[in-house]
Every structure is written in C-alpha cells, then in structure tokens.
Design a protein around this ligand. Structure first.
Ligand code: RB5
Length: 149
C-alpha cells in the first residue's frame, strides 16, 4: 500500500521511525513533512496533507503524529472520506480497520513510547476491513452522515 505519513513538531521525533517501519513492512511511504523540526508549526496543516493524499487516491492509508494524536484526528476527520482515530492500544489499531474501515492512524508521540508506536503501526497496516454485512451497514451510516453535512 501507499502510506502517507506526516507529523507536526509534537510528533516529529517519532516520524522517521514510523517511515522506516512502514518501508520495512514492504509498503511505500510518502513523507509529507514536517521536513525539519519547527516548534511553531501547526498540526492541521499536516493532517490536511495526509487527508488530501487519501482523498486524491495517492495513499490508501495515512499516519499522522502530533503530541497527543488528538488534534491530528480532529483535523483529519474534517475531510470527506477520511476515517481517522487516535489508537494507543493494539486492539483498537487493528479493530478500527477491521470493523470501522479506519484509514488514518493518529499517534501521540508524547503519549506512546517508540516500541508501542511500532506495534500500533504494524497492527494498523496488517489489518483489513472485514467486509461483514454489519460492518458495511454501519460504515454506510457513517458515510451517510458525512454526505448530509
Ligand atoms: C503541539 O504542541 C500539540 O498541541 C500538538 O502536537 C497536538 O498534541 C495537538 O493535539
């Protein structure tokens, strides 16, 4: 898969390890910034870069890293077709894809350690949407809510 990865200053320390892991797992990784540490940069910009890569079909999944993961998920979910969530446990990182078709994983570099972050990325990328009828029905309701905005 093509995976878009981005981080603000809060997530910057974790970004290169995530990029390296994504590539080790056999995926293509696009580094959408920040390309250098800038304490004044803003997470919505990086969330938008990843969300737009999903919208334009340049990436099938995205990973956004900020300090907590919260701002990244709030911002990314403003763009249609993006289903982003903060997942700091492996169960949610996997089940969010299997049940909810989550396509963007948000991580908080100030919350999770490097090793847990790597496990979260592995679980997220290994998971597939189940396609089960009840999950499709719920996803259609979510998409309907998005269309009604
Ligand atoms: C930046 O200091 C921090 O607020 C941001 O990375 C993120 O945690 C927001 O949710």
């Amino acid at each position: 898969m093509n995976i878009a990865v981005a981080a603000d200053h809060g997530g910057f320390p974790l970004k290169q390890s995530v990029l390296d892991l994504v590539r080790q797992l056999g995926h293509q990784a696009s580094d959408l910034g920040a390309h250098q540490f800038d304490a004044q940069d803003d997470y919505p910009d990086f969330a938008r870069y990843v969300a737009q890569a999903i919208q334009h079909g340049q990436a099938q999944r995205g990973i956004i890293i900020c300090g907590s993961g919260v701002g990244a998920s709030v911002a990314a979910n403003k763009l249609a077709g993006v289903r982003a969530a903060v997942c700091h446990d492996v169960y949610s990182a996997r089940q969010g894809v299997e049940h909810d078709d989550m396509n963007v994983l948000c991580l908080g570099a100030r919350v999770v350690g490097d090793q847990l972050a790597m496990e979260l990325v592995k679980a997220f990328l290994a998971a597939e949407f189940s396609g089960e009828q009840r999950h499709r029905r719920r996803l259609e309701k979510v998409i309907g809510m998005e269309r009604a905005k």
